[in-house]
Ligand binder design. Structure first.
Ligand code: ADP
Ligand code: F6P
Length: 322
């Protein structure tokens, strides 16, 4: 392959810029022509291609978000939209596309691959919900951001002997909630992977810890657990007598400069996608990270894989938060 493109799609994640930088630099250094596509699959449809060079990606390794912008593009999910994207790639002579995003974006990459445009997916999502990876780019930064934000909430929660119910992101997955819950010593953690039982998991746990003299409480709920945190705070106050407040951390979690881990893994994955795969004419793959090692999977197989949360970690979290 001599001409490749790179795009970011779905929810942005800190570290996406570091991937773009690695893809562009590895490509340029090895004699490839590299295009950046703006706003994910929308840019592929509309021909929003920017020629990239070594200096186009200077000073971005430290920046959150994505310099190529991101988008969710319903049009791309139609056969007509897909055909337009393929046509644009052909017009620009694009022989391979690096897609940085989550599993929705990978489904799009799979469909493009099936129709003759070889793609390589790189997992970029704060949710950490890509089955073939134990880690996705952006997850580490987001986890650390949540920890910092919850620590701040803890200061005021403690000062008032209150309970804080905090919602964190994770559309269908509880990785962020579970791990930030452990890191922040939450009394209860509500995640979509474990059926939510407010009486058992929240009220009774709080009552038990109150008997052990606990006076302030952090309850963490994953967005995907579908709990109304305002409502839950009221219920807690009514049933335990502890004054309660709810906070939805929202998009504060998704921005900010990436951690060292996200920058390093992003660089390794971007390099791998170009040097090990596209430059050897290998497409239709997903770059993965497992136990710190970078490897790749067939994109069809990757999308059929499943992963579950670490149940032992869930048990540990609750046993030590008494
Ligand atoms: P993420 O990649 O973070 O999971 P989305 O699920 O929003 O984010 O997907 C991003 C984009 O990928 C969508 O806007 C759409 O253009 C494309 N996409 C998602 N699902 C599919 C699918 N099943 N088939 C084709 N394209 C898809
Ligand atoms: O997939 C990443 C994510 O941040 C999810 O955790 C969240 O549910 C969703 O994106 C939010 O999307 P939007 O930015 O469109 O509100």
């Amino acid at each position: 392959m001599k001409k490749i493109a790179v795009l970011t799609s779905g929810g942005d994640a800190p570290g996406m810029n570091a991937v773009i930088r690695a893809v562009v630099r590895t490509g340029c250094e090895n004699g490839l022509e590299v295009y950046g596509v703006e706003r994910g699959y929308s840019g592929l449809i509309n021909g929003d291609f920017i020629p990239m060079n070594l200096r186009s990606v200077s000073d971005i390794i430290n920046r959150g978000g994505t310099i190529l912008y991101s988008a969710r593009c319903p049009e791309f999910r139609t056969e007509e939209g897909m055909q337009k994207a393929i046509q644009t790639c052909k017009e620009f002579g694009i022989e391979g596309v690096v897609v940085i995003g989550g599993d929705g974006s990978f489904r799009g990459a799979r469909d493009l691959s099936e129709r003759g445009i070889p793609c390589v997916g790189i997992p970029g999502t704060i949710d950490n919900d890509i089955a073939c990876c134990d880690y996705t780019i952006g997850y580490d930064t987001c986890l650390n951001t949540i920890m910092e934000l919850v620590d701040r909430i803890r200061d005021t929660t403690e000062s008032h002997d209150r309970c804080s119910v905090i919602e964190v992101m994770g559309r269908h997955a509880g990785y962020l909630a579970l791990n930030s819950g452990i890191a922040c010593g939450a009394t209860a953690i509500l995640i979509p992977e474990v059926p939510v039982d407010i009486q058992k998991h929240v009220i009774e746990r709080m009552q038990r810890t109150m008997k052990a003299d606990k006076k302030h409480f952090i309850i963490l709920a994953a967005e995907g657990a579908c709990v109304d945190v305002q409502q839950l705070a009221k219920e807690i106050e009514a049933k335990t007598g502890v004054e309660s407040r709810a906070t939805i951390l929202g998009h504060t979690q998704r921005g900010g400069y990436p951690t060292a881990k996200d920058r390093i893994k992003a660089t390794q994955m971007g390099y791998y996608a170009v040097k090990k795969l596209l430059m050897n004419d290998i497409g239709n793959r997903v770059v993965a990270c497992q136990k710190e090692k970078i490897l790749d999977y067939d994109i069809f197989e990757a999308l059929q894989m499943t992963k579950s949360i670490d149940k032992e970690l869930y048990e540990i979290a609750h046993e030590v938060s008494i």
